[in-house]
Design a protein around this ligand. Structure first.
Ligand code: DGL
Length: 293
């Protein structure tokens, strides 16, 4: 029997795994965080593709039939190439069905129903922003939307270092939010287009709610700007996976159902377990593995 693999460059995918396990607790999961090589979001296409492929291959070798790229950067840069070029030989070699799913499509599909005024902002890593994946996908299903994107290169490093709840993180939270709102002050919907960002969602929402009262007189926020809703991806991805399994019995019937989760990291296992406790509020045991060069 097979498992479901959930992959991210680091801790961010835990925000997706947590919601998936709420909706689909019966299945067996393997979480893999490539913490030793995070962040991915500042790397080139070639590097992101190579690292992601190594992780997918590793998870297939651990008997995963489905791998969720719980990482927008990997979904934006590597998913299509893996689906088109790498999956057919994987399937032949293993003599079983295997598939890889991303996080961008389920998020994009939710956006048009959430925005009231059609002004949407995408916050993501530099790699996701440069791929234009969100803009291209949104334009296909909702060409009437006004979309701006903004890269937040410091947010993932802050989270990976466990510094995102410290007072110093406030500077970078305000900086990127101010910058995207300067591009379009009418934004009413902000997509947190990186699975790490929900770990700062409370602070982001707090800044947005009280932005007109901040003592940042050199960056005054227009008082007529709308209330902003932030979108985290966990629940969207969980519902999308449940829907996928309902429509694909050929995968569902391969999956074992003991409700377990194994945690793998390319970094120190104790550090991963400690951080995971802070992030998902659950005490876990982790194991260190190597994905290659
Ligand atoms: N969680 C990844 C994402 O959704 C983080 C990328 C990174 O490692 O920079 O994009």
């Amino acid at each position: 029997m097979a498992k479901i693999g959930v992959f991210d460059s680091g801790y961010g995918g835990l925000t997706i795994l947590r919601e998936i396990r709420k909706v689909l607790p019966e299945y067996d999961y393997i979480y893999l965080g490539d913490n030793a090589r995070a962040p991915y979001g500042t790397h080139s296409f070639d590097v992101i593709y190579r690292y992601t492929l190594q992780a997918v291959q590793y998870l297939f070798d651990q008997d995963c039939a489905l791998v969720i790229l719980a990482c927008n950067t990997a979904s934006a840069k590597a998913l299509r190439t893996i689906q088109q070029n790498d999956l057919p030989p994987f399937r032949e070699g293993r003599g079983r069905l295997v598939n890889v799913l991303g996080v961008i499509r389920p998020t994009v599909e939710a956006v048009p129903a959430i925005t009231k005024n059609g002004h949407v902002g995408i916050l993501a890593t530099p790699a996701t922003v440069s791929s234009e994946s969100y803009v291209l996908e949104l334009e296909k299903i909702a060409p009437e939307l006004t979309i701006v994107q903004h890269a937040c290169p410091m947010w993932v490093p802050l989270i990976e270092a466990g510094e995102h709840n410290e007072p110093g993180a406030k500077y970078f939270i305000g900086k990127y939010l101010r910058e995207i709102l300067a591009k379009d002050p009418q934004i009413d919907t902000l997509v947190l287009g990186c699975t790490h960002y929900p770990l700062m969602k409370e602070r982001i929402d707090n800044w947005l709610e009280f932005r007109h009262e901040l003592d940042e007189s050199e960056f005054p926020q227009p008082t007529d700007s709308p209330k902003v809703t932030t979108i985290a991806q966990g629940e969207l991805e969980a519902d999308s996976l449940a829907d996928y399994l309902a429509r694909h019995p050929e995968y569902r019937e391969q999956l074992s159902q003991n409700g377990t989760c194994t945690y793998l990291t390319t970094e120190n296992a104790d550090r991963f377990a400690q951080s995971a406790l802070n992030f998902i509020g659950e005490k876990i045991e982790a194991e260190t593995i190597s994905l290659g060069a």
